[in-house]
Design a protein around this ligand. Structure first.
Ligand SMILES: NC(=O)C1=CN([C@@H]2O[C@H](COP(=O)(O)OP(=O)(O)OC[C@H]3O[C@@H](n4cnc5c(N)ncnc54)[C@H](OP(=O)(O)O)[C@@H]3O)[C@@H](O)[C@H]2O)C=CC1
Ligand SMILES: O=C(O)C1=N[C@H](C(=O)O)C[C@H](O)C1
Length: 217
């Protein structure tokens, strides 16, 4: 059994992750850390093999550092923090940061990267719910990083949306649109569980992107 603790357990993602972990036959939920539950990450680290981190841009780095100091592997979904800050940190534990855990979003990023090699220009439009704190989204920033030509990013924040992204590529007389829609937070759960299963076996750390877990190439 993989013993899993969740940081941000009372949040939109954290609650969904707790349910997914409780439903996974090979995992045990051993801790829920969140200010609104009165439980700090330090209180649950001792019981966990893996922490799943879905908090806020300004809290993620300290939580990841605490996991590394305690030798507990950490799967991070929080966007808007600097993963480079944990490069070179000595630890027996690994960091796996996935800007987006939805398989369709991972494929969208891959297809956009490939298309950008062949079309003249591109722009990214990301659309999220209006409670999202960071802008641009982690997915859009990562997509732009993977693409050629430094595409501009446009951010939309509105009630009624979960998470959508369009990458529009243009060339003479044509456009290509690659779009992904998460209509429910359960879309991220198979990816989160795959990351929890894989993080302890990574041969380097930190690793960025679920594609390193899902695909051979
Ligand atoms: N990679 C991916 O696939 C996805 C990533 N995300 C990202 O995940 C993050 C969380 O999103 P979401 O669940 O919607 O946000 P929420 O605001 O709903 O949840 C964040 C939770 O973390 C809590 N929290 C704050 N500080 C700490 C701390 N130091 N330790 C533990 N918990 C803490 C918050 O408590 P309080 O409110 O009391 O401060 C809140 O309950 C965002 O950065 C979002 O962009 C979201 C969806 C998918
Ligand atoms: O805040 C969200 O909801 C999401 N955040 C991630 C991001 O910033 O890309 C992943 C997904 O888009 C949902």
């Amino acid at each position: 059994m993989i013993r899993v603790a969740v940081a941000g357990a009372a949040g939109r993602m954290g609650q969904t992750v707790c349910e997914a972990v409780e439903g996974a036959p090979d995992m045990e939920l051993v801790g829920r850390a969140d200010p609104s539950l009165g439980v700090e990450l330090a209180d649950v680290l001792g019981d966990a093999d893996v922490v799943v981190e879905f908090t806020q841009p300004h809290t993620a780095l300290a939580n990841v550092q605490a996991c590394l100091a305690a030798g507990v592997h950490v799967v991070v979904g929080t966007s808007g923090w600097d993963v480079d800050a944990v490069r070179g940190v000595e630890s027996s534990a690994n960091v796996l940061f996935c800007p987006n855990f939805a398989i369709g979003a991972v494929l969208m990023m891959r297809f956009a990267a490939e298309a950008s090699k062949h079309m003249a220009k591109a722009e990214i439009i990301e659309l999220h719910h209006d409670k999202k704190l960071d802008k641009p989204s982690g997915t859009a920033a990562r997509t732009a990083e993977l693409m050629e030509g430094d595409p501009p990013i446009h951010s939309v924040r509105l009630p009624g949306i979960v998470a959508n992204q369009e990458v529009i590529l243009g060339d003479v007389g044509q456009t290509l649109t690659i779009r992904h829609d998460s209509i429910d937070r359960t879309s991220f759960m198979p990816g989160v569980l795959a990351a929890v299963r894989a993080v302890g076996s990574l041969t380097e750390s930190p690793v960025v992107g679920l594609e390193h877990v899902l695909f051979d190439d």
